[in-house]
Design a protein around this ligand. Structure first.
Ligand code: VAH
Length: 321
């Protein structure tokens, strides 16, 4: 039985559907800090619990109630919001994780914790960033992701807790908007392409970051959780990526489907500084070797699918209004 925390967010809302399809809805218990309107398709279609990850007893009670054996801990504050409220970012990302790890230690659970390219900082090698290298992030979010990786590896080595994780790049999806990250421009550009045939980017031209389409991100969670643990040399967390792109690359790809699409810039210095502190591209060969990581979507196939799905989604919403 799997418990997903933060299940109503960008990754969680689609991981819920995927996992319920694979394992059966009653085997995937989802939780979030509150019920969110518009998420009835998730909260009414299977077990849903309110969990504030800062309350260890709430987590423990749900684990006992449903006999959970695996927790996918997605509850988190992302990079840009984390710079606005670093204390909350530390509390949610670290105390939440600590509570989950302590329950996993007591009850012998398996834990998946997402890390991020945000673990890397300005003095990390920027191109084809290695799996094992310098990690001195300059955001509170990045500090919590490095700390989280170290804590998860500690719980594996010291207590034998089966912890696993991946360093997610920016994730692009059309179902649920991301919760305040730096890579969010790469999601909003597609929404505006459909709605306005133009987008004003808060990240500057020429700023490369790793990205991936959400179906590949969901496969990474499933495949790493199902991987034979005895074959894993690393645990927390694996570099994974599908593409290294900058805003102009996305615009050129969109123009293959919307020729008149226009991109201009109104750079946000805070998020630009964060983006520049992260790598241009990751080396994800260890994930490919140790558990068969392989993305299926490249930029153009992602763009094609995003525009098709957003056209349907936004036109339906527009027609309803
Ligand atoms: C963010 N989308 O921008 C998240 C992620 C790698 C980026 O951590 O904060």
């Amino acid at each position: 039985k799997i418990l997903i925390t933060g299940a109503l967010g960008q990754i969680g809302s689609e991981l819920t559907v995927k996992m319920r399809g694979l394992y059966g809805k009653d085997n995937v218990i989802i939780s979030d800090i509150e019920k969110k309107s518009g998420k009835e398709d998730l909260t009414e279609s299977g077990p849903f619990e309110i969990i504030n990850v800062l309350d260890a007893k709430q987590i423990s009670d749900v684990v006992d109630k449903y006999k959970i054996d695996t927790i996918v801990n997605l509850a988190a504050i992302l990079s840009a919001v984390g710079e606005k409220n670093p204390n909350l970012c530390w509390q949610i990302n670290m105390t939440g994780l600590y509570n989950v790890l302590e329950i996993a230690r007591e009850k012998g659970l398996r834990i998946f914790t997402p890390s991020s390219i945000a673990v890397f900082g300005p003095n990390t090698p920027k191109d084809l960033t290695p799996q094992d290298t310098i990690m001195r992030p300059t955001t509170m979010y990045g500090v919590t992701k490095v700390s989280g990786e170290l804590l998860c590896d500690y719980y594996y080595k010291k207590f034998g807790v089966d912890t696993r994780g991946v360093r997610f790049p920016g994730i692009i999806s059309y179902n649920t908007l991301p919760g305040g990250g730096t890579t969010d421009y790469a999601v909003h550009i597609y929404y505006d392409a459909v709605l306005k045939k133009s987008y004003t980017s808060f990240i500057d031209k020429g700023t490369y970051m790793d990205m991936m389409y959400i179906p590949d991100a969901l496969d990474a969670v499933i495949n790493l959780l199902e991987a034979d643990g005895s074959k894993l040399i690393h645990r927390n967390a694996f570099n994974i990526t599908a593409m290294s792109i900058e805003p102009e690359d996305i615009a050129n790809s969109i123009r293959k489907f919307i020729p008149e699409f226009r991109l201009d810039y109104d750079v946000d210095p805070v998020r630009q500084k964060i983006a520049e502190s992260w790598p241009n591209s990751l080396d994800d060969s260890e994930a490919r070797k140790q558990w068969g990581w392989k993305p299926n979507y490249d930029l153009d196939s992602m763009t094609k699918d995003m525009l098709e799905k957003l056209n349907m989604k936004l036109n339906i919403e527009l027609n309803i209004k």
